[in-house]
Every structure is written in C-alpha cells, then in structure tokens.
Design a protein around this ligand. Structure first.
Ligand code: 8Y7
Length: 277
C-alpha cells in the first residue's frame, strides 16, 4: 500500500528533490485562478500542464475554502471531483490527493484512485477518521482556526507557533491511536486558515520548529494573500515569483512537500537551488 513518507524518502534520495503537489481546482469559484479550469477540456489542459511541469501529486478539490465562498452540496462536490480523479488515475501514473473534509467525498475519491486525503479539517468531521483508517490511504492534517466563513475576521492566538504545533501533534496522535500508520501522516500549519499576516509570518519564520517533528511537513503558500500583502498587490496572479521564493525557502527550512499552483516555475527554482546548494 502507498505510503507518502516512503515516496518522499525515495524521491529525496534519488533526485535530492522535495515532493511537489500541484493544485487542481475543479471549482467555478476557486481561490486564486478564478475558476479557469472547469470545462473538461480546460481540466485536461491543466492536468497536462501540472504533469509536464513536474508535479508528483495532483491535489483535486471541488469546494473552495475561501472565506465567503459559496457552499457546495455533497452531490455537487462528488459530481465535480470523482470523474476527474477517475480520469486522471486511468491515464497517468501520478499520486492523487483529494482536497475535502467530507467523508463521503473521501470514500468515493479513494474508490476511483485517490491515495491521499488532504483535509483542511484534519479528519475532525464525523466519519472522516474511519475512512482514513479503513482505506489505509495517507493523510495530510492541516491546522485551521475557526470555521471557513469567519476564520479571517479577527484571528487571535496566545502563541501561534505552540498552538499550531500542539494541535498538529494532538491530531497525529489521534490518527495513530485510531489506526493510521505513522508513515502515512503529513502535517501542515495551514497558512491563511484563521491567521492574520503576522501569524503566518511567525509560523513561516519558525518553520524549523514544525519541520523538526517526526512527520513530513507540507507548506501551501502559493498565490496566497500573505504573498500579495508583502508585494502590496491585490492580484493573486502577480504573486508567482513571490510564491516560488516562499516555496524554495520552505524547502530550505525542511518542508518535504510544497503545494503550488505554478508547478514548472517552482520545480525549476527547486532544481537549481538543490543542485547549487
Ligand atoms: C491549503 C490546502 C488550500 C494549504 C493544504 C489555496 C486545500 C487555498 N490551501 N491544503 N488547501 N494546505 N494541505 O490558496 O495550505 O489554495 S485552499
């Protein structure tokens, strides 16, 4: 059975490269690409683009987690995500992760070939843990403060770094106790999920505290507002170079996986960095 940690180790030994997860949004209201990838032709083109860029994992999501995004019904999320995963799994030798917190979507995605559950709710939805345990897939546990609708209103922490660290370790322990193998767990600080700029900044500057934990760390900052804020732009698409820089820095600080929209740009930057370092 596929283990994400074994994959990461193998790739790192073979190529001295981190693992790159490419974002495939199948939402008409998605976070940062304005829903450019909703028609079948457009989805196909984007899959080919992510694969030729060098993505190891495709992260397929059907519900935007953007604050204020339209709620997607279970049946609509299933209709969006399942055919796309099935199509990719039949044609390409790539690891597929499903970006969902709904156990029904996890189950259906796994049935057609998904090997990782990427859950921004860290398997806290009723039934989600059971799906992970019974299917034996790998899981990405992400930190998020609050609920989607209001998480960015006025996030407050005592100590954001220890809060996030403790949450992630607690969720990982829960997973292991429930029966998820330790080598199938990835942790993620969840940049932008219930975090003001300064919270994201503290987490990123101190990323070594999280990469020192015994689980691989995934970092997703691609085209996020924290990058746009630093660059003083409101356009997410202008943040590509900034996003690439942050991805490279995250890897230098020990992150094993980066979740990105601009795969080729990121992979090229990482290849040069890892070769000349
Ligand atoms: C993340 C994520 C998003 C992230 C993980 C966006 C689904 C927002 N961000 N999953 N998903 N980590 N694991 O800008 O940071 O892509 S959605």
């Amino acid at each position: 059975m596929f283990s994400i940690q074994k994959f990461i180790e193998h790739k790192s030994q073979q190529d001295n490269m981190p693992t790159v997860m490419g974002v495939l949004n199948v939402t008409p209201d998605s976070f940062s690409d304005g829903g450019c990838f909703v028609t079948p032709d457009a989805i196909e083109a984007q899959v080919l683009n992510l694969l030729s860029g060098g993505a190891d994992i495709l992260d397929v999501g059907g519900e935007s987690t953007r604050p204020g995004a339209t709620i997607v019904s279970l049946s609509e999320e299933l209709e969006r995500v399942v055919p796309v995963i099935e199509w990719i799994a039949k044609r390409f030798d790539v690891i597929i992760s499903v970006d969902t917190y709904k156990p029904e979507v996890m189950q259906a995605a796994i049935a057609v070939g998904a090997k990782i559950i990427n859950d921004v709710n860290a398997l806290r939805e009723e039934g989600a843990m059971d799906v992970a345990v019974n299917s034996g897939v790998s899981v990405c546990l992400m930190h998020k403060q609050g609920v989607f609708e209001t998480m960015q209103d006025a996030p407050v922490y005592g100590d954001v770094l220890s809060d996030v660290r403790n949450f992630l370790l607690t969720r990982a322990r829960c997973c292991e106790q429930a029966g998820v193998a330790a080598d199938k767990i990835i942790l993620d600080p969840g940049f932008g999920f219930g975090k003001a700029f300064e919270h994201n900044e503290v987490l990123f500057r101190n990323l070594d505290v999280l990469t020192a934990l015994k689980y691989p760390l995934l970092v997703g900052v691609s085209r996020k507002r924290m990058i746009a804020d630093i660059l003083k732009t409101s356009s997410r698409l202008e943040g590509v170079s900034g996003s690439v820089s942050a991805a490279v820095l995250a890897v230098l600080k020990g992150a094993e996986i980066v979740r990105v929209h601009d795969v080729k740009e990121t992979v090229d930057a990482l290849k040069v960095t890892m070769r000349l370092m």
